[in-house]
Design a protein around this ligand. Structure first.
Ligand SMILES: CCCCC/C=C\C/C=C\C/C=C\C=C\C(=O)SCCNC(=O)CCNC(=O)[C@H](O)C(C)(C)COP(=O)(O)OP(=O)(O)OC[C@H]1O[C@@H](n2cnc3c(N)ncnc32)[C@H](O)[C@@H]1OP(=O)(O)O
Ligand SMILES: Cc1cc2nc3c(=O)[nH]c(=O)nc-3n(C[C@H](O)[C@H](O)[C@H](O)COP(=O)(O)OP(=O)(O)OC[C@H]3O[C@@H](n4cnc5c(N)ncnc54)[C@H](O)[C@@H]3O)c2cc1C
Length: 625
């Protein structure tokens, strides 16, 4: 009799399963894991904090790097319910979703549209004679495409569609739609649903497609916490049209936590492997060195560790900011919604692009063995690159942040600014002067000045182009590279300052030795990104060539200091071997034995001579083909 742990983590490795077998195996594992999580959920009430912890548990414990067919049920279906459904609807469905007696998905993206959601084509037309909505996919491009779990798993989904009533279009709204029979799991009439095929990664998420042929749903299936349709078809608009976007903000906040979790896995593997792997002699006649002793290896890996700690602290700041502003939104105070959206956008973009960049570096830093699926680095790389796209393409999100920053800059002299942008006032105040200094505070100030000057420059450029007769939209598009760069600089300034401030607070309760190491990580992160963004700093601050020489020495000194604590730092992530699932990163360091053990599981090693020899090779080698 297998233990739960053996059931979850044993069996044929996913990499040797077909696409279909992988899905079936993931579903088998998911029901085991989520039965355990359901018990946890039943013991806790369902507010967003508990929910985020549960979600982190779901995602952190995702026992396959290929994700889970239940992922979207937790990641989007339920959060959207909590933010978009009215009390009666939550009463009717949320409990069933929480105890998984229904499994949901979130169907927003279509074959033809992902970013431009105001361009979505699926329609929901209200019929007052029957008090129903008619859901319809008018074109192939209107088919929903991507919703996780929708292929074969979910029997409900939230559909985002253009709402029509009394001949008028009211824009996109959310609807809950049953897609499969709860007993037979057969697709309901008028519904064409299926799975979208093999992807670069996340092949257990069961992403699907769905098309509607005049499918009727009750009026009360429109999620009506904000906007409503009355029985006679009267549309009651939301207090704020942007509230429909709320769930995307929440998920972006969660994604920042998640990008940290995935990066933590990758650097645990790469760091431990770099301590085990010996290669080349540093000095003739000496034993081969741990590759972690090579400064170029430290440059790849130790900066990733610092980045992981930095983003973890920023994820916590973002979550705290989300809670504060979400409470205000519930009380009808929309003042900081735009700031929250801008912060969630840029932190989601930067955390996922950093996570993708550093995970790819971890893969390369492990050489050939890092290219083995059994190292788990390829899957983590495929996953982190996906996070640069899902929940909003990173470029588009940074443009959203830039949009908010330009709006803020236009109003810079009209009153106080909200917390995440008040530095703009400080560094642009009359009489403010700053001379570059090689210190954490000096670096933070430098990044803030770069951000402010880029925003100011973008606005001046926009104004000049519009004054020259260019349309606002063309001017925006023309300078959009600089707009994205301004969004990134703003975010980097926030990440460095948050890391420094929050870590300084945490260090007060640490032992001196631990505080010293944490302080080194903050310095390494700040100096690394200073060297990475030298062009900006040379353009907008008084940093000199002599400063840069000293920065490089400072950087190399930090790598030397942190090297002895590298393995201890990743051990502190405390990721158990079963979740790490890596031949290179296992706690016991038996890398070569594990590589061989995993290789022998390959079906191609089941017999000494594969059948293709007799069928193809032998006749070929004998010139008979
Ligand atoms: C937890 C995840 C990790 C799990 C890992 C495991 C498995 C992973 C598997 C899958 C991933 C999981 C789920 C994935 C789900 C999805 O991908 S769901 C689909 C997500 N899609 C998007 O995010 C679409 C992105 N596009 C947009 O958000 C909008 O189209 C965009 C904002 C880009 C433009 O919209 P538009 O209406 O054109 O906006 P404007 O630029 O005109 O601005 C209008 C005003 O609205 C404000 N605004 C826009 N968005 C928001 C928002 N979200 N919140 C608040 N406000 C918003 C914007 O600021 C403008 O306001 P002003 O007029 O300036 O005041
Ligand atoms: C693994 C995965 C899981 C997903 N899960 C779901 C899900 O469960 N539910 C769901 O609804 N969706 C899901 N998605 C879809 C995802 O939300 C979209 O892929 C994402 O929003 C990007 O849209 P798109 O793919 O249409 O790309 P596009 O918007 O077509 O972007 C393509 C390129 O065009 C550029 N671009 C687009 N618009 C602009 C602009 N205004 N300015 C400048 N450049 C622009 C982008 O920067 C990008 O480089 C998932 C996607 C992935 C990869």
């Amino acid at each position: 009799m297998l233990t739960k742990r053996e059931e979850l983590f044993g069996g044929t490795p996913d990499e040797y399963l077909s696409h279909k077998e992988k899905y079936e195996n993931s579903t088998r594992k998911a029901v085991i894991l989520f039965s355990l999580l359901r018990k946890i959920q039943e013991e806790n009430n369902t507010d967003l904090t508990n929910y985020r912890n549960l979600l982190s548990g779901v995602l952190g414990a995702s026992i396959s790097q290929d994700g889970s067919p239940f992922g979207l049920h937790y990641i989007m279906f339920m959060p959207v319910f909590m933010s978009q459904a009215d009390e009666e609807q939550q009463e009717r469905w949320l409990h069933r979703a929480l105890n998984c007696s229904i499994i949901g998905s979130y169907a927003q993206t279509e074959l033809g549209h992902g970013t431009f959601i105001r361009g979505l084509e699926t329609t929901a037309t209200y019929d007052p004679s029957t008090q129903e909505f008619v859901l319809h996919s008018p074109t192939l491009t209107s088919y929903k495409w991507w919703p996780g779990g929708l292929g074969n798993t979910a029997n409900y989904c939230i559909v985002i569609a253009q709402l029509y009533s009394k001949g008028e279009c009211h824009g996109i709204h959310s609807f809950i739609v049953q897609v499969r029979d709860e007993d037979t799991h057969m697709p309901l009439p008028g519904i064409k649903v299926g799975e979208i095929g093999v992807k670069m990664g996340l092949n257990a998420v069961n992403n699907g497609f769905i098309g509607f042929e005049n499918v009727r749903i009750p009026r009360t299936n429109m999620l009506m916490k904000h906007a409503k349709i009355l029985e006679d078809g009267t549309y009651v608009k939301s207090k704020n049209s942007k509230l429909i976007y709320g769930a995307m903000v929440f998920v972006r906040v969660v994604i920042v936590f998640d990008s940290v979790n995935y990066l933590a896995k990758a650097i645990t593997v790469a760091t431990r492997y770099s301590a085990v792997r010996r290669q080349s002699q540093l000095k003739e006649g000496e034993p081969e060195r741990q590759i972690l002793d090579y400064v170029t290896q430290q440059d790849k890996i130790l900066t990733a560790i610092a980045g992981c700690f930095a983003m973890k602290m920023n994820a916590r700041m973002l979550w705290d900011t989300f809670n504060v502003i979400n409470d205000q939104l519930h009380k009808g105070n929309m003042e900081r919604l735009g700031e929250l959206h801008a912060l969630a956008c840029c932190l989601k973009a930067i955390s996922t692009s950093d996570s993708s960049l550093f995970t790819a570096r971890c893969r390369v830093s492990c050489g050939g063995h890092g290219y083995m699926v059994s190292s788990t680095l390829p899957a983590t790389s495929a996953l982190t690159t996906a996070s640069c796209t899902y929940e909003g393409d990173n470029t588009v999100l940074l443009l959203q942040t830039a949009r908010f920053l330009l709006k803020t800059w236009r109003q810079i002299d009209t009153g106080p600014l909200t917390p995440t942008v008040e530095y703009l006032k400080t560094v642009s105040a009359p009489g403010f002067s700053y001379k570059w200094e090689n210190s954490i505070e000096g670096i933070i100030r430098g990044f803030q000045i770069v951000s402010m000057k880029k925003i100011s420059s973008c606005l001046n450029l926009m104004t000049a182009k519009v004054m020259s007769g260019m349309s606002q939209a063309d001017a925006w598009n023309t300078i959009s590279i600089q707009l994205v760069s301004a969004g990134e600089s703003h975010c980097r300034a926030i990440v460095i300052s948050t890391f420094h401030e929050d870590m300084s607070k945490a260090m007060r309760s640490m032992s001196a030795s631990l505080a010293e190491v944490m302080g080194q990580l903050v310095e390494l992160y700040a100096v690394y990104w200073t060297l990475e963004r030298l062009g900006d700093l040379l353009e907008y601050t008084s940093i000199s060539g002599a400063d840069v020489v000293k920065l490089r020495s400072w950087y190399e000194e930090l790598l030397r200091k942190i090297r002895p604590n590298a393995v201890g730092l990743v051990d502190a992530f405390d990721i158990i071997d079963e979740l790490l699932q890596s031949t290179l990163g296992a706690y016991d360091g038996r890398v070569y034995e594990r590589l061989m053990e995993e290789a022998l599981k390959s079906p191609l090693n089941a017999e000494p001579v594969n059948q293709s020899f007799h069928k193809y090779l032998k006749p070929f080698m004998q010139g008979k083909l």
